[in-house]
Design a protein around this ligand. Structure first.
Ligand SMILES: O=C(O)c1ccccc1NCC(=O)[C@H](O)[C@H](O)COP(=O)(O)O
Length: 203
């Protein structure tokens, strides 16, 4: 099981997450988020962690110029689009990307996946009107399609206490957490990070 710890804002949290066994770190470039960081802070975090950790840059309906500016500063391995971005928009950066799908009632998940044929995976997240992500809320894990043939990253309200049950129900390829391992918004609780990774990886 692959684990992504999202909303990393500082070097201490980044190195603690990697030491705990995280495979990927999420860096938020969305100004309305309490976890938002700028390019220079992100570059410092990138320089502090192993090059084998997947550094993921998260954007919400950003302009192409904003994303290019971050890419010029930060060696991101993966882009995460968390808004209403089209496939054409996401593909223009010529980087591997994952697309977040917010699991609104009635969403046709397979159709939403088909609309992004080049996405490397789909982060399935809870839906709350007006809040693009980091809601701390779960959704019905039975809604995760088992026959999509696409990589699924399960997110939304995961915690050290529920992640094993979530994996058993949804059978994703990876899990993502932000609020469930925080001490305060933007600051990780290192014990919770360790407990989460251990529970997700069945250690
Ligand atoms: O984390 C944020 O503040 C955020 C804001 C806007 C869009 C996306 C955001 N986070 C994206 C993530 O990948 C989160 O880890 C995911 O939404 C799950 O969050 P949580 O329910 O707090 O674990």
């Amino acid at each position: 099981m692959q684990v992504k710890i999202c909303g990393i804002t500082n070097i201490e949290d980044a190195t603690a997450a990697v030491a705990a066994g995280a495979d990927a770190l999420g860096l938020v470039f969305y100004s309305a988020s309490p976890r938002c960081i700028d390019g220079s802070r992100a570059a410092a975090i990138a320089a502090a962690v192993s090059p084998f950790v997947t550094l993921t840059g998260l954007f919400v309906n950003a302009t192409a110029a904003e994303i290019e500016q971050v890419l010029a500063e930060v060696p991101l391995n993966l882009l995460q689009f968390h808004g209403d971005e089209s496939a054409e928009y996401c593909e223009q950066f010529r980087r591997p990307y994952i697309k977040a799908l917010r699991m609104k009632d009635g969403l046709d998940v397979l159709a939403a996946m088909a609309a992004h044929p080049k996405a490397r995976g789909f982060l399935l997240d809870a839906y709350r009107p007006g809040v693009p992500g980091g809601t701390g809320e779960t959704f019905d894990w039975q809604r995760v399609p088992q026959d999509s043939g696409r990589e699924v990253i399960l997110a939304g309200g995961l915690t050290p206490d529920n992640v094993a049950a979530a994996i058993a129900a949804a059978r994703p390829q990876a899990v993502d957490v932000s609020g469930g391992v925080e001490a305060t918004p933007g600051r990780k609780d290192h014990n919770k990070v360790r407990e989460f990774v251990q529970a997700a990886k069945g250690r």
